[in-house]
Design a protein around this ligand. Structure first.
Ligand SMILES: *Cc1c(COP(=O)(O)O)cnc(C)c1O
Length: 361
């Protein structure tokens, strides 16, 4: 069996020790004689798994007691609708920082539902190569909250600060949550699809501050209602039990194998720094993002001659470096360096890039 180096943007690499443990427990979970997949979500066994996962996540992120942690379905994209449905029941508009494709989709969904939207800042003038500065943020008078995307997964543009505003801050943290410690108390809502840095697809994590529960619009379906989900322990209906269990194994891995998010942040910073250094020192590869806003998780780069794209990707795959093709909307390459991508994978990529440049550049 060979596990190649996987730079996929999502669903992304999972830690090998997590998959090994899941394999070992697959048919017979800890002597219970059945798989986690086959358990009732109301059974004591699964409830223990669910509670342990939440406790570990709370410990990793130092989540304050006045926040609920929800384990939902529908992906980060459903949060584009759920956030306004849950926060705009008392009126007001949704404000957005628009820094790339995901933020644009979030704004479009709120608009589609008929809510007032306002763009409070954008990186558009820079071609999404630099995030708007704190001083450039301009909320509308009726702003109920400000939504932004901590890390634009496709553009590779990451905020290097947490905006400071006098309305609740809502953040799409899908592609950078758990990459480093986070001051949760700065936020009203944090959400993240699991398939980047948390676990497999099918699970969406939502952290919501208590005082924001119960501001939903009247006709919000109960499955979309943060308060209903919080009161039911995310079990208004059947939750994605196996994905929840796997996320729990990832939290355990972060705690025990990595040593927590500070240790993870050091590794992530080192991985990104060496890849950007390799790109910057080459004559073939380039990345256009302002240095302070370069994503540590998703590193897009282009080749000086795009006729080399195909051979680059083919040879990379042959060398066991998978999923380096950029998003279909932007082309070029993208290496995603999520938590589960080991430093050795980044070293192998850098070696391959140097070798390719020498032969073909
Ligand atoms: C992947 C991603 C999404 C979409 O996630 P789904 O779970 O597919 O809906 C949204 N926002 C960001 C920042 C992402 O990286």
């Amino acid at each position: 069996m060979t596990r190649h180096h996987n730079f996929c943007a999502g669903p992304a690499a999972l830690p090998t020790p997590v998959l090994e443990r899941a394999r070992d427990e697959m048919l017979d979970y800890q002597g219970r004689g059945l798989s986690v997949m086959e358990m009732s979500h109301r059974s004591p066994e699964f409830v223990a798994i669910a509670e342990q996962a939440e406790a570990d996540l709370r410990e990793l992120l130092a989540v304050p007691d006045n926040y609920r942690v929800l384990f939902l379905q529908g992906g980060a994209s459903l949060q584009f609708s759920m956030v306004p449905m849950n926060l705009l029941g008392r009126g007001g508009s949704a404000n957005f920082l628009y820094t790339g494709i995901w933020g644009k989709k979030a704004r479009a969904e709120a608009e589609q539902l008929g809510f007032g939207v306002h763009t409070a800042g954008t990186s558009e003038p820079s071609g999404h190569s630099q995030v708007p500065s704190q001083g450039d943020i301009s909320l509308s008078a009726d702003a109920a909250y400000l939504h932004y995307t901590a890390n634009e997964t496709i553009g590779g543009l990451e905020f290097d600060y947490v905006p400071d505003v006098n309305v609740p801050l809502v953040c799409d943290y899908s592609s950078s949550i758990l990459a480093e410690p986070l001051d949760v108390s700065r936020f009203g809502v944090i959400y993240a699809g699991a398939q980047k840095n948390i676990g497999p697809a099918g699970l969406t994590l939502v952290l919501v501050r208590d005082d924001l529960l119960g501001q939903r619009c009247e006709r919000t379906p109960s499955l979309f209602d943060y308060r209903a989900m919080a009161e039911a322990g995310s079990m208004v209906n059947t939750p994605p039990t196996y994905a929840w269990y796997l996320a729990g194994l990832v939290f355990q891995w972060l705690k025990h194998d990595i040593g927590g998010l500070e240790a993870m942040a050091v590794i992530n910073a080192r991985k990104a720094a060496k890849l950007y250094a390799a790109i910057d020192s080459s004559g073939l590869y380039s990345n256009p993002i302002a240095v302070n806003n370069r994503s540590r998780m998703n590193v897009p780069f282009v080749l000086a001659d795009d006729r080399l794209d195909k051979p680059f990707l083919a040879e990379a795959e042959e060398a066991g470096l998978l999923n380096l093709k950029g998003h279909r909307s932007v082309g070029g390459m993208r290496a995603s360096l999520y938590n589960a991508v080991p430093e050795a994978a980044v070293d192998a990529l850098i070696d391959f890039m140097a070798d390719f440049e020498q032969r073909r550049g």
